[in-house]
Write a protein that binds this ligand. Sequence first.
Ligand SMILES: [Zn+2]
Length: 396
Amino acid sequence: MRTLYFGKWMYTADEKGTVLKDFGMLAEDGRIVWIKPRQEAEEETADKVVTLGESYVAPGFIDSHVHLVPDGGWNEETPNEERKNAALVCEGVSNARELLKAGVVACRDLGSYKGYALGIRDAVKKGLLEGPEIMACGRAVCARGGHGYEIGYEVNGANEMRGAVRQVVKDGADVVKIMASGGVNSPGPEPGPCELTKEEIWCAVETAHAWGRKAGVHAHGNTAIRRCVEAGVDSVEHGVFMTEDIMDMMAEMGTFLVPTLCAPYYAVTEGLKREPDNPDHAKSREVLKRHRDVLKRCAEKGVKIAMGTDAGCPFNPFREAAYEMVLMVEAGLTPGQALDAATRGGAGLLGLDSLGSLEAGKAASFVCLSGNPLEEIEQVRNVEAVYLNGKKVNLE
Ligand SMILES: [Zn+2]
């Protein structure tokens, strides 16, 4: 099946950041064969012609940090364990669908209750569900009683760490998620205290890599980030208390930063509105500026950036995933840099060769926006249509 698309504007997100005006794009079985000026393309034939009208076309977004199945309080509502679990899986499916509506064509789940995201990933892969392509870690790995233990395996010592990482891989994980630090407000010797020893972190990264999986770490505090980067992790998630020397090290080693600005943003705006006395939300407000400055400095220093929202965390909606790009621009990135983080950046981190840009050989997975996102980044939220492997998604 050969489909020819005609449109007036496209940001390809290729290495040069090419913008095309009045283009024709041929896709065969969901893969791009070529993209040409409209006039040349009009001479070609295809089984189907699709007119994208006045839309601004960009590659489908990649959200590199979500939690499709957080344990969202079904416990109190539903004492029956099986019923609760079934509802949680359905919630995860619905969340994946919301991401798709936001223009997200691939996501990385970094910790789900009982590892349920792995099964949702499989269902999408089998074609049972129309959803974004999912890369998932299943359960995260954390210190006993440490941050995220509700969605993770708890370990003590390097040997248990090795076992847990192997178990995660055995469970079917695409990526290994390590919880290296507490939250910004956890008690300890520094903000975002390190909860794992150096040996545990080295062992986690070494084992993940030995089994061909990348390692992503939740790390807020300076000690945790430093230990993780030194150990060779592939991505630092959050990274709030990162210092310049660590940024230099990340730039040199090619370590990604996934800042997840949405996490503190929603904690501050929504959290404080609904739970004004919760000290965690007030703390998030204090770190907002620091967090944004870290992103800006990292970008200036050439650290690789991928967009991730942390959707699934309290008050952090899947449907608003693209808002992360708006926050990135508020932090000081250009709209082009934010778009690149959400497209080619994410594809690089997730290892998804067919996504991240619109070029020959890549998937015809793209979004149609109602305005020019390079001029006004808010336009990434105005998604008129989403195409997944050449097929228009029903967004109703
Ligand atoms: Zn997270």
